[in-house]
Design a protein around this ligand. Sequence first.
Ligand SMILES: [Zn+2]
Length: 463
Amino acid sequence: MKIYFHGATGDVTGSAYHVKTKHASVLVDCGLFQGGKEEKAKNRQRATLESGKLDAVVLTHAHLDHIGRLPLLTQHDYEGPIYATQATLDVARLILRDSYFLQKGDLDRENRKRARSGQAPLEPLFTEEDVLRLKPLIRAIAYNQPVQVAPGVQARLVDAGHVIGSASVELTVEEDGKKKVVVFSGDLGPRGAPLLNDPVPFERADAVIMESTYGDRNHHSLYDTAVEARKIIAKVIEAKAKILVPIFAVGRTQLLLYLLAGAFRKKTLPRFPIYLDSPLAIEATKIYGKHNELFDEEAQSMVKSGDLRENLQSAKFCPTAEDSKALNNVKGPCMIMAGSGMCTSGRIMHHLRHNLHYPETAVLMVGFQSPGTLGRQLVDGKESVSIFGEEIAVRASIHTMGGFSAHAGQDELLKWFAAVAPSKPRTIITHGEDRVRKIFSELIRSRHGLRPECPNLGDVIEI
Ligand SMILES: [Zn+2]
């Protein structure tokens, strides 16, 4: 078989791996390239995905960098099945709709600019119709239930512990009377983290295509981060001030709510009002609730006993713009969770504009902040920032909470790989910056005597 690498080669976006045999053609993930102009331009090289000849698509999880190019398939008349867990398919529907509207907003702005300078307008990457045409193609599969997805190709999904419904994909591929097993790690979650189960490792594979997002370092411990967050929150609550949390809608929002419920239950924090001010995060939280059978044991028992609901009574959803505006007049103590996670757009911008100049305000940064974003400026300690063209003094305290990552750190990645290493798989490292891939590959080489490969965009590997 041949595997074509259509993304996540030397960076962490655009995951898409095309497995081809004499009889079958299967795409694992179909992610969007995200980042600067150069990255985004790669999304338009759609011919490489060869949708017309595909038998099936299998998804690891519903983050945009793993599903965002799916509408390009239907745009090119793909009518085959799209396999994933039910939770992934539920979240994917939400994320793709959101992505469509974000893309449309960006494009309208760009085209107004182009019109003023006499340039022809740009076509959208995909249309709402392309998104809607995905719906009849989706096929839910459960963890650990092998399914024939194409002639001679069987897929089995196991829990990757990254976000709800996330999976590693094992393909058993039969060609010329020989069977080979190829494992795609997908994004792997941390071990021992609350709410979700740990990633399930594999014992045998002929080839492993593995992510390496944090292949160069370990995270702060989640426990230490949670203790630190609790101390900061307790202080702000006592001062009757506001805590602002720029959130990523799927994953960390639900982890934070779960940790807060735990703190209320154990009375390590007094109950205070929490406002979830993000329609996307609200919908994602409902999907987490619907699929609570995928929670870890402790979280499931908190659901069954009613403790989770009981302890989250002070959490209020704010779906409408009016709900959001009303928060300007709400007095502390309270926590406002709003998107976007890097403070590049969304409702958090308004809350920052209204509250950054108060020294009692605390801002909790729970995720990675890219260079150039407002979130990064705050983390870097800028004394004033520009929001909607207005210069705002930053007197609030800004706290970086490094341990809430949804990704496995270096040690956890190595541990996952150690389980499959004795079967001496061909090892292919993707989904990491080149510098990081090299560091991680070297660790695998020295520990297991294997020679990992780091393919580039468009490369083909024969197995
Ligand atoms: Zn992910």
